[in-house]
Design a protein around this ligand. Structure first.
Ligand code: PRX
Length: 633
């Protein structure tokens, strides 16, 4: 399935469009182990929507990620774990060791009543046990729902309740940089409102004191003593759900994106091997957290299904100093580094002294993901980290796409800084105008849609298929709408310009404006709020909040801090606004709709040309908001 030249890319692309079933059928048959072949490669319509890949095929993804490599190369590392503290020993798990630990923990899950089809919430820091818990769920056919460790108890509870998880896997505590994070305490708070959860399995990381409720809470290590490491894989249908991953949309509640076993496996491994031009024995370091889709696809499933060596890093790029990524590259002889523009911009700001003297000669390929990469960051990354010898692949994709959709293939297809470039084989992109008409040709821009399914397209949003339809398949008939805007040049290269809906991208994290508004509105005294994004040098986008307070018991500064505390409590620290401006009114049309365009311009500091404001119910509020924004600067 490996593409080795530009000509092969063009041939693969052509075949994937002209004959998608043969194209994906051959890839799936020749590169993976199936218990039973499929009857049909693809069934689909985008109107319900209903998409099925490898229909009737039977498999277990862990047999592809573990068992087959245990036969071929049992002693090759599968995971190299680099702890938060560089003075703590790193841990290598070979394919055999990982296999045994996954099977043992799969038996722990069974012993605690978890069955095929049950949902399991995983709330853990970046330690090997997180990958083990994910794979153990897949081994027994339980559906994992990993919740990023930075989310609050309320967010955990919402996600657990939405999919009725029966168990939670967590740790006592976590460490990130010089911060200690109370994982189990947060889970305990969440548990107050989660009646579906019968068991909480707690792995030891920090051995901070935690409460352990009899009958509900058990220690991972203790449970392991009661089981063997013999756990045959559950036979799964291609279309059985593999996991749920919650992501923010333009409406209030996060959506549980569902991926299924067969298509997701094929696409994660196919894209991993082609985009990064993976060769046997390469060390791959993806700096994302497994709590996001990037970690699912390019720390766990894509690399392991390919038999690669995947680095798992517990800490942050700036601890103990801004040279940590480069130390890890040197220490573990990393060949592929996959990170986010935010991290690059932040490390750029610390200066080259943290890069100098580090041996980065093992690097072959650099990747970027999560948000648009500006040209300055791209060049810095290419020159100072890649030493002008490593292709930089800018990969565009989404939780809903499961794997990379638009990207250069490293060293195979041409690069254009700050452009994600060409769609991968099987990916039929299209630009449309507001009315849904296709925009053809080059040097154009429009809304980014996809006209044909790929194997890891989301199948549904958990518990609410209609929401999946209205969110992604109703804006334009028979098209999947990404929510992003893009440009296309004369060579068919794409450059993503950002979200065109009410979703922000803060440090590569997706945050719905409605979610943050709901959290702020829960604060006592707040009448109404409006959130917009504004350009932020490091985070890409910052969060700007306009807040109407009916009563302010304390001064503005203290109230601001109280509001931040409320947002942290309701969603998590990642959703805290960067700026809060108190206003007496919001610019609304006569029909009561907030004109965000005006708020966005003011947040950007572009107050000279606000466009037509005559349709506002009360145009005078604009002047007040402008003055307030000036004062806040
Ligand atoms: O706006 C796009 C942006 O991130 C969104 C998807 O977010 P999420 O589901 O959290 O997945 C992030 C990691 C795959 C997209 O709709 N985005 C992602 N990658 C890029 C990007 N924007 C520009 N360039 C990218 N390479």
């Amino acid at each position: 399935m490996k593409i080795n030249s530009f000509q092969e890319y063009e041939e693969a692309y052509k075949k994937s469009v002209e004959n998608p079933e043969d194209f994906w059928g051959e890839i799936a048959a020749n590169n993976f182990e199936w218990r039973k072949p499929w009857r049909k490669v693809l069934n689909w319509n985008f109107s319900e929507p209903k998409v099925e890949w490898f229909v009737g095929g039977k498999l277990n993804i862990t047999e592809n990620c573990l068992d087959r490599h245990v036969k071929d190369k049992p002693n090759q590392p599968a995971i190299i774990w680099e702890p938060n503290d560089p003075n703590e020993e790193s841990v290598t798990l070979t394919y055999r060791q990982l296999f045994e630990r996954v099977c043992r923990f799969a038996n722990v899950l069974k012993r605690n009543g978890v069955k095929k089809g049950d949902r399991v919430c995983i709330y853990m820091p970046m330690i090997p046990e997180l990958s083990i818990a994910v794979l153990a769920c897949a081994r027994i056919g339980a559906i994992h729902s990993v919740v990023f460790g930075g989310f609050s108890a309320t967010s955990i509870a919402d996600r657990i309740n939405d999919s009725q998880c029966v168990a939670v896997v967590t740790t006592d505590g976590a460490v990130r940089g010089n911060k200690a994070i109370p994982m189990k305490d947060t889970v305990d708070d969440a548990m107050i409102g989660c009646p579906s959860v019968k068991k909480v399995i707690v792995a030891t990381r920090t051995r901070t004191p935690v409460s352990m409720i009899k009958g509900r809470d058990v220690w991972w290590e203790e449970e392991e003593k009661h089981v063997t490491s013999d756990c045959p894989a559950e036979e799964m249908d291609s279309e059985d759900p593999l996991f749920i991953l919650y992501t923010s949309g333009s409406t209030g509640k996060p959506k549980g994106v569902v991926q299924t076993c067969g298509g997701y496996m094929v696409y994660a491994a196919y894209t991993f091997q082609n985009v990064f031009q993976y060769k046997a024995g390469m060390v791959h370091f993806c700096t994302a957290d497994i709590g996001w889709i990037t970690g699912h696809s390019y720390i766990v499933y894509g690399p392991l299904a390919s038999g690669a060596i995947s680095v798992l890093f517990e800490g942050v790029p700036t601890y103990p100093d801004a040279g940590r990524f480069w130390d890890i590259v040197e220490k573990h002889k990393v060949n592929i580094l996959y990170t986010a523009p935010t991290a690059i911009r932040s490390l750029m700001g610390f200066g080259l002294e943290y890069v100098e003297g580090k041996d980065l000669s093992s690097l072959k390929v650099l990747g970027s993901v999560g948000e648009p990469i500006n040209e300055e960051a791209w060049q810095w990354y290419s020159k100072n980290i890649g030493k002008d010898k490593c292709p930089v692949v800018d990969t565009w994709w989404q939780t809903e796409t499961g794997g990379i959709m638009i990207s250069a293939l490293a060293g195979i297809t041409p690069l254009k800084p700050a452009w994600a470039s060409l769609p991968l084989p099987g990916v039929q992109m299209m630009l449309v105008d507001e009315n849904g008409n296709e925009i053809l040709g080059g040097n154009v821009s429009g809304n980014l849609c996809i006209k044909f399914p790929w194997p890891s397209i989301l199948r549904t949003t958990w518990g609410d298929h209609e929401r999946c339809r209205t969110n992604y398949f109703s804006a334009y008939p028979n098209l999947y709408f990404t929510g992003d805007g893009a440009m296309r040049d004369e060579n068919g290269f794409y450059r993503i310009t950002g979200r065109v809906d009410d979703v922000l991208n803060v440090s590569g994290h997706r945050i719905g404006t409605a979610e943050v508004e709901n959290a702020i509105n829960m604060h006592t005294g707040v009448v109404e709020s409006a959130i917009v994004g504004y350009p932020h040098d490091i985070k890409g986008q910052g969060i700007y909040a306009y807040v109407i307070c009916e009563s302010m018991i304390h001064d503005e500064d203290l109230t601001r801090r109280d509001i931040l505390a409320t947002v942290s409590r309701v969603i998590g620290p990642i959703a805290k606004p960067d700026k809060i401006q108190f206003v007496s009114g919001l610019p609304k049309t006569r029909s009561g709709k907030i004109m965000r365009r005006i708020l966005r311009k003011i947040a950007e500091g572009e107050t000279s040309n606000l466009g037509d404001i005559s349709t506002l119910l009360d145009p005078t509020v604009v002047e007040d908001i402008k003055n307030g924004a000036e004062a806040l600067k």
